[in-house]
Write a protein that binds this ligand. Structure first.
Ligand SMILES: Nc1ncnc2c1ncn2[C@@H]1O[C@H](COP(=O)(O)OP(=O)(O)O)[C@@H](O)[C@H]1O
Ligand SMILES: [Mg+2]
Length: 348
C-alpha cells in the first residue's frame, strides 16, 4: 500500500490509530489519535510521543519481525486518566516495513473491574468488624468470664446484636443482587400505592414506637394505579421511611405525602410523587450526590450504631431504575430532609 492509501484507511477508523514508518517516525495520525497525542505528534520519533515502555517494546517486537502484538497504554491527556489496549501490527508502506498501531478504549471496562474489586473489599471489611467482635467475646466467655453469669448475659446480648447486624448485611446484599439481576426486566403488575405505603409503614411501626416518632400519610387514598413490582416498591418506601425514622431524630415526626402529577418533564409522562419528609439533622449538600452509592454513609460510625448497612439507598436507586422512576433528595442541614420518589403512570 502507498502511504496515501494507509492514510485513507486510518481516517476511516473510529479508533485512534497511528502509522510508524521505517525511520521510526510517526508518519500518520488519524483525527482520534491527534486527540490522544496532540497535534505535534506527526513527524516525531514514536518513542518521544508514546513514551511508555510497554508500547515501545510492542512496536520493537513488531519491527523485529515477530508479528502483531498488544500492550496497555495509559492516556494522560485530559482531566482523568484513560486506559487503552494498543494493537501493533506490521504493515508495508511503499515497499518499506512500518508498524500500524490502533488504540481501543478500555477505560470503562477497567472502571467496572475496579468497582467489583472495591465492592468485594467493602463487603469483607463490613463482615470482618462484627466477626472480630464475636471472636473476641467467644474467647472472653471461654476464659476470663467463664464463671461470671452477669458478664455472660451482657456479652451474649452484644453477640446477638453483632450477629443481627451480619444477618442484615447479608439480607441487603442478597436483595441488591436480586434487584440488579432483574433490572432489565420491566415489572408488569398493577399496583395500588396506598396499599404499598400502608404495608411499609405497618412494618416500621415497632421501630417508630421505640423512637417515639410519629409517621403520618397524606394523600394516599386516591392515587392512580402504577405498573410495578409490589414487593420492590414496598422495599423502596420501607427503606426511605426507615431512614427518616432513624435519622429524623427521636420524638420528631415523619410525613409521607403522596400526590399525582399531571405531567413530569423528566419522566415525560404523568407521574405519582411520594415525598418522605423528616425533621432531622439534614444532609450536607456535599454528600447528597453520593448517598445512593453502595456503603456510602455520611457519619459511618453513627449510621453503623443504628444498624445501617449503607446499602438501603443503593437498593432504592436500582429498584427505581427498573421502574423508570426517579429519586430526588433535598435537604436543609438542621431543618430536615425530603426524599422524593417519582413513578411514571402509563409510563410507556
Ligand atoms: N433521612 C435522612 N436524614 C439524614 N441522613 C440520611 C437520611 N437518609 C439517609 N441518610 C444518610 O445516608 C446514608 C445512606 O443511607 P442508606 O443507604 O439507607 O444506609 P444506612 O444503612 O446507613 O441507612 C446514611 O448512612 C445516612 O448517613
Ligand atoms: Mg437505610
Amino acid at each position: 500500500m502507498d502511504i496515501n492509501a494507509i492514510s485513507q484507511v486510518l481516517n476511516a477508523l473510529h479508533l485512534p490509530a497511528v502509522f510508524v514508518d521505517h525511520d521510526d517516525r510517526i508518519a500518520l495520525c488519524n483525527p482520534e489519535a491527534l486527540g490522544l497525542f496532540g497535534a505535534g505528534a506527526v513527524g516525531r520519533h514514536y518513542a518521544a510521543i508514546l513514551r511508555q515502555p510497554l508500547i515501545i517494546d510492542a512496536i520493537e517486537t513488531v519491527q523485529r519481525g515477530n508479528g502483531a502484538t498488544r500492550a496497555r497504554y495509559l492516556g494522560t491527556q485530559g482531566p482523568a486518566e484513560t486506559v487503552w489496549m494498543a494493537s501493533a501490527a506490521p504493515l508495508m508502506a511503499a515497499g518499506q516495513p512500518g508498524v500500524l498501531i490502533s488504540f481501543e478504549d478500555r477505560t470503562a471496562a477497567q472502571e467496572a473491574d475496579e468497582m467489583r474489586r472495591d465492592f468485594v473489599a467493602n463487603v469483607s471489611h463490613e463482615l470482618r468488624t462484627p466477626l472480630t467482635a464475636l471472636n473476641g467475646f467467644i474467647e472472653t466467655l471461654r476464659g476470663a468470664a467463664k464463671d461470671d453469669a452477669d458478664a455472660r448475659e451482657r456479652f451474649l446480648g452484644i453477640m446477638a446484636h453483632e450477629a443481627t447486624r451480619m444477618n442484615r448485611l447479608v439480607q441487603d446484599l442478597l436483595s441488591l443482587s436480586r434487584v440488579e439481576s432483574e433490572e432489565r426486566m420491566r415489572p408488569k403488575a398493577r399496583i395500588s400505592l396506598s396499599d404499598v405505603l400502608n404495608s411499609a409503614i405497618v412494618s416500621l411501626t415497632p421501630l417508630a414506637e421505640q423512637r417515639g416518632v410519629s409517621v403520618t400519610v397524606e394523600g394516599a387514598a386516591d392515587l392512580p394505579i402504577v405498573v410495578g413490582d409490589g414487593d420492590q416498591l414496598r422495599q423502596v418506601f420501607q427503606n426511605l421511611i426507615e431512614n427518616a425514622v432513624k435519622y429524623g431524630g427521636d420524638g420528631k415526626s415523619v410525613v409521607v405525602r403522596a400526590g399525582p402529577i399531571a405531567r413530569d418533564p423528566s419522566l415525560r409522562s404523568a407521574a405519582v410523587k411520594i415525598d418522605v419528609i423528616d425533621q432531622g439533622i439534614g444532609i450536607n449538600p456535599l454528600h447528597i450526590p453520593r448517598l445512593t452509592e453502595r456503603f456510602y454513609r455520611v457519619d459511618s460510625h453513627r449510621a453503623r450504631e443504628m444498624g445501617g448497612t449503607g446499602l438501603g439507598l443503593a437498593i432504592v436507586k436500582h429498584i427505581l431504575n427498573r421502574h423508570r422512576g426517579r429519586l430526588r433528595i433535598e435537604s436543609e442541614p438542621g431543618e430536615g430532609s425530603t426524599f422524593s420518589v417519582l413513578l411514571p403512570v402509563n409510563g410507556d
